[in-house]
Design a binder for this molecule. Structure first.
Ligand code: PMP
Length: 422
């Protein structure tokens, strides 16, 4: 921390619940693409991306320009869920450029502005559609902090913070995790097909096709296809939470595309808002759009500035330079850079897909080592978050727009500190 940064107002006034300020002790003031500055002018390479919200980087000029134009022309900023020009443009673009080319005949629900709110909407919807209460979720899953979302989240700390017990969720181990591979489908089959399994037929299975906060575990494509078939067989809905792994992070727009499956319901948030503007969507097959008007309402559903930014972000997503950069970044990260981390120490586990890589030190010093690496990286000018069961995974999550030389430079800092600490 710079000597002269004034942190007294935070310590005096802000709740103890603050968290990232502890991992990243600086007072930030400015950011561009994959670089962030504090008020003293210290600079960091950003491997954090606002927890997956900045796939297009900080302040992309084309999105900034659209927002400034919109505000200066007195574009309506708050309109609840009225029809607006900004929403019309976003829906038309999202339909034409994201849903239609993928054959996804989804309706789009604008939820309250956080990911957790779209998870809440999904929980209500699957129960409404099926008339059943129970849901299946996976160990290691992270779906958010509101009560419903926390009820399907595996993490101990989230569950502890809930304060009350919540029922209706049956947890199944993810097919890959810190305890090795697991026959999740075998267990699910047993639960759904043995009439005496003790588990009622659930409304839905909630899954992240890539568990991000759980430690960067990538569900195998075959598993996702079989899960889809099993859900179909029993008329159980399949909900993919694509809040963090979606919007291009896996290399494709949706993280489930690689398996060629269509979920019944999808949650989308974070990077859909273009440059960190709050936005959360629930996508559902048309037949499942059983809501009555206003049944899942909220004051900040579909904020107009977020629509403007999200539409401009789709211009970037569909541009050839962005797509070729994404392909090059994914190849570099999953190829050469992953191999360099693996070569450092045989006890390091390296997992990833597209634009995310997890370097797990659980067998190479554990939590203390991960914390030391994270701290040292920050001192060396790299912002990187930790995730996984005991926060032992260093999560390389740069903006997808990061220049490749900065990606290499950030990885070199991480490599140096991993070598030193482990
Ligand atoms: N689902 C997933 C997969 C997430 O990664 C997150 C946020 N980390 C959420 C849900 C919750 O989103 P929010 O923090 O915006 O409520």
């Amino acid at each position: 921390m710079s000597q002269t940064s004034d942190t007294q107002p935070f310590e005096r006034w802000e709740s103890n619940v603050r968290s990232y300020s502890r991992a990243f002790p600086a007072v930030f003031s400015r950011a561009k693409n994959a670089e962030v500055w504090d008020e003293q002018g210290r600079k960091w390479i950003d491997f954090f991306s606002g927890a997956g919200t900045l796939n297009y980087g900080h302040n992309p000029p084309s999105i900034q320009k659209k927002l400034v134009e919109y505000i200066s022309s007195d574009g309506i900023v708050h309109a609840l869920d009225s029809y607006t020009v900004a929403k019309r443009e976003f829906l038309a673009r999202f339909g034409k450029d994201v849903l239609e080319p993928r054959g996804l005949d989804f309706k789009v629900q604008c939820c309250g502005p956080t990911g957790a709110n779209s998870v809440e909407a999904a929980l209500k919807l699957v129960r409404r559609v099926t008339g059943r209460d129970g849901v299946i979720a996976f160990s290691g899953a992270y779906h958010g902090m509101s009560l419903g979302a926390a009820s399907i989240t595996g993490a101990k700390s989230t569950r502890r913070a809930r304060g009350v017990s919540v029922g209706h969720t049956t947890f199944v181990p993810y097919p890959v995790g810190p305890m090795g591979e697991f026959d999740s489908l075998g267990l699910l089959r047993h639960q759904l097909e043995d009439l005496s399994s003790g588990v009622e037929l659930p409304a839905a299975v909630f899954i992240e096709s890539v568990q991000m906060d759980g430690g960067v575990y990538v569900a195998p494509e075959g598993f996702l296809r079989e899960l889809r078939a099993l859900c179909d067989k029993h008329q159980v809905l399949l909900v993919v939470d694509d809040i963090q792994a979606g919007c291009g992070r896996s290399g494709k727009f949706f993280s489930f595309e690689r398996a060629g499956i269509t979920p019944d319901v999808v949650t989308v948030s974070k990077s859909i808002g273009g440059m960190g503007l709050p936005m959360a969507l629930l996508l559902m097959k048309k037949a499942h759009d059983v809501w009555k008007p206003g049944e899942h309402t909220g004051t900040f559903r579909g904020h107009q500035l977020s629509f403007v930014a999200a539409t401009a972000a789709l211009d970037l997503w569909t541009s050839a330079p962005f797509q070729s950069h994404l392909a090059a970044l994914s190849a570099l990260l999953q190829g050469e850079l992953a191999a360099r981390f693996k070569a450092l120490n045989s006890r390091l586990e390296v997992r990833g897909i597209g634009g995310v890589l997890g370097v797990d030190v659980r067998n190479a010093g554990g939590e203390a080592a991960a914390a030391a690496v994270g701290r040292a990286c920050f001192e060396q000018g790299l912002m990187i978050e930790r995730c996984g069961r005991e926060d032992t995974v260093l999560k390389v999550l740069p903006p997808l727009s990061i220049p490749l030389d900065q990606l290499r430079a950030g990885c070199a800092i991480l490599e140096g500190e991993l070598k030193r600490v482990t």
